[in-house]
Ligand binder design. Structure first.
Ligand code: HEM
Length: 324
């Protein structure tokens, strides 16, 4: 039996889908992007071991209606444009050993995608919204990514997820990861034998000996008082004397402003950050610019001199406009 036929039969056995169409091989061809002259009837596309650095919408969208299997293992992919793969029926994608820093957007193939292999990339954060729509996904392989933030996958409503591979991921064994001990029977979880990188007392404790109670009793990171950005501004480990007004934190010895890359400037988030960032930032900055510019325009300001600012006396009369 020839090589091709053997793979075909294997494909059938593995239930990879309709294996009657075209298998196109571009492995180890020195490609730097997806070729644009692929047969439109392609079913399986092999592009491993190349130098492809990015996947664009124009590479796949509305071109390959039968395409259900893509291997891009061992490339140098750093980005996959969102909205990719439209018009394909992609069920399996292999992206192992690339340089992705974010989980790709698979919305266009959410009704088909079953197998996502994205091991050995550079992904640090995965948010809920990046995976919760993949309701047909059965395998999610995240092995050996430097992940520090992962949502509670089991609470995302992924009804057919059968395999979650988190080997080689340094885990903080603390209360927010207790879900890993409570996985449903249908889900096989692959973790390292010794997965805890913190707390240090558990680095030599096998996962099977870590109990739910142990995890629950160990708080993750710092406790931030509810409803505030307290630590962002008051962390005494970072800001020496955080409660003192010390503008010199931001000045060099020669009185110039420290550079934008200086940690004191990088960590100064006067308007907060993320989803609760100040809504009035643009307005406030615009007004501050005008106020400060007006002051600079009208006054000479010296250290040690007394500056008294007061408003002119004024009177306001308010009158109800619609009074019957
Ligand atoms: C220099 C002036 C201002 C500073 C330093 C400032 C700073 C902040 C900070 C630190 C937060 C909290 C962010 C967080 O929770 O992480 C915040 C939130 C907020 N700010 Fe400001 N702000 C200023 C002016 C304004 C103005 C002028 C407005 C409205 C016109 C405004 C509207 C808001 C709102 C609505 C929030 C709550 C956002 C949310 O929780 O979703 N701010 N601001």
């Amino acid at each position: 039996m020839g090589h091709h036929r053997l793979v075909w039969v294997l494909g059938l056995l593995l239930n990879l889908g309709n294996a009657s169409g075209e298998w196109i091989h571009f492995d180890s061809k020195g490609l730097t992007s997806i070729p644009d002259d692929i047969e439109p009837t392609v079913d399986l596309l092999y592009c491993s071991k190349n130098n492809i650095s990015a996947i664009h919408r124009s590479d796949f969208n509305d071109k390959y209606p039968d395409l259900y299997y893509i291997t891009l293992t061992d490339n140098i992919i750093t980005s996959i444009e969102s909205g990719c793969f439209r018009g394909t029926i992609l069920t399996s994608i292999f992206l192992t050993r690339n340089q992705l820093t974010a989980f790709p957007d698979f919305h266009e193939v959410k009704d088909y995608l079953k197998h996502v292999f994205i091991a050995k990339n550079l992904i640090t954060n995965i948010s809920r919204g990046e995976v919760d729509y993949l309701t047909k996904m059965t395998e999610l392989i995240l092995q050996d990514n430097p992940i520090v933030q992962l949502p509670e996958i089991t609470k995302l409503g992924l009804p057919v997820l059968k395999l979650l591979d988190l080997r080689g991921i340094e885990m903080d064994c603390c209360s927010s990861n207790v879900w890993l001990k409570r996985t449903p029977d249908i889900l096989v979880l692959h973790l390292d034998y010794l997965p805890c990188s913190t707390p240090s007392k558990w680095t030599a404790t096998p996962w099977m000996d870590i109990t739910e109670d142990m995890l629950l009793q160990h708080n993750c990171g710092k406790t931030i008082p509810a409803g505030s950005s307290y630590h962002m501004y008051n962390d005494e480990e970072f800001w020496e004397n955080p409660f003192e007004f010390q503008s010199e934190r931001f000045f060099r010895d020669d009185s110039g402003l420290v550079s934008a890359s200086h940690s004191n400037r990088r960590y100064l988030m006067s308007f907060g950050a993320g989803r609760r960032v100040c809504l009035g930032e643009a307005l406030a900055k615009g007004r501050l610019f005008l106020v400060i510019a007006s002051l600079m325009h009208k006054f000479d300001i010296f250290i040690g001199e007394v500056l008294v600012l007061s408003s002119a006396p004024f009177e306001i009369v308010t009158k109800e406009r619609l009074s019957n």
